[in-house]
Design a protein around this ligand. Sequence first.
Ligand code: GUN
Length: 287
Amino acid sequence: MAAILLDGRAHASRLRDRIARQVTALADGHGIAPGLAVVLVGEDPASQVYVHSKGRLTREVGMRSFQHRLPADTDSHTLLNLIASLNADPDVHGILVQLPLPSHLDAAAIIDAIDPAKDVDGFHVQNAGRLAVGLDAMVPCTPLGCMMILRDHLGSLAGANAVVLGRSNIVGKPMAQLLLAADCTVTTAHSRTRDIADIARQADILVAAIGRPGIVTADWIKPGATVIDVGINRISDDEGKTVLVGDCAPECASVAGAITPVPGGVGPMTIACLLQNTVTACCRIAG
Ligand code: GUN
C-alpha cells in the first residue's frame, strides 16, 4: 500500500496563519512588530533563493524583514560589526546568518557572536546546550518542524524506536535530542555506522538527514514506519533541468506507512518555524 504523504506545505500554511494572528495581537495589544534580520554573505544560488523566501514570508505574516546582503569577500571584522549592531537594534528580535558561509569565515565564531536571545536558528552554543540538558531553548527550525509533523501524524511518540540518519549540529543532533525528550528510544546513525540499513529498518520513526539524493532505499524501511525526509538535494533530471529530491528514493513510499514528500514536506515547515521562533524571541525580549 502506498504511504500517506505528510503534507508539510499545508501544515506550514496553517502555522503561518496562526503566526499572523499572533503578530496582529502583538501589534494591537502592545504596538510591537517582530523583526527578523537575515544576513547573506556571497552569492550561493540556493542560499539566495532561501533568503528571498524568508523575506517574503516574513512580510506576509506582518513582521518586519531586514535583509543584509554582503559580498563574498566580506571579512570577519565587518560581519561581526554588523552582528553587534543587529544585537543592539531594538527593532530586530531575530538574527539569522545564512549558512554555508564562504570558507574564509569561521561560522562557529560568527554564530556565537549572535545574542542567544535573538538566535532564531537555535545554533548558538548556549541554545544547543540548553536543549541538550532539557532547558527552555531556541530550537533549530528544521528539527522543530519535523517534530510538529510527527506529533500531528502520530500524537504521542513515547516508546517509539526512532533512528536519525545524520549527525549535523543543524539537524541530526538537535533532532535526536527532541525525539529523546519526547520519550523515543533514539539511535543516531551516520556515514561511519556499520550495517546502517539494518539499523534504519528497526525504526518506527526514521529521519533521513544525510544530504545524499536517494541514499535511503526501500529495504532500509520497516513496513509501516513514519519517514521524515529532510534531504533537499538539487540534481539534474534526464532533460538537464534542476530538480529537488530527498534522501529517500521514491520506492520508499511503497513500504513506509507515512512519508514527507520532497519538495513540499519538511522545507516549508522550516521557514514557518523560523517565523514562530522570531515571534517567541520578540515576546521574550519585549517581556
Ligand atoms: N542553510 C541551510 N539551512 C539553514 C538554516 O536552517 N539556517 C541557516 N542559518 N542557514 C541554513
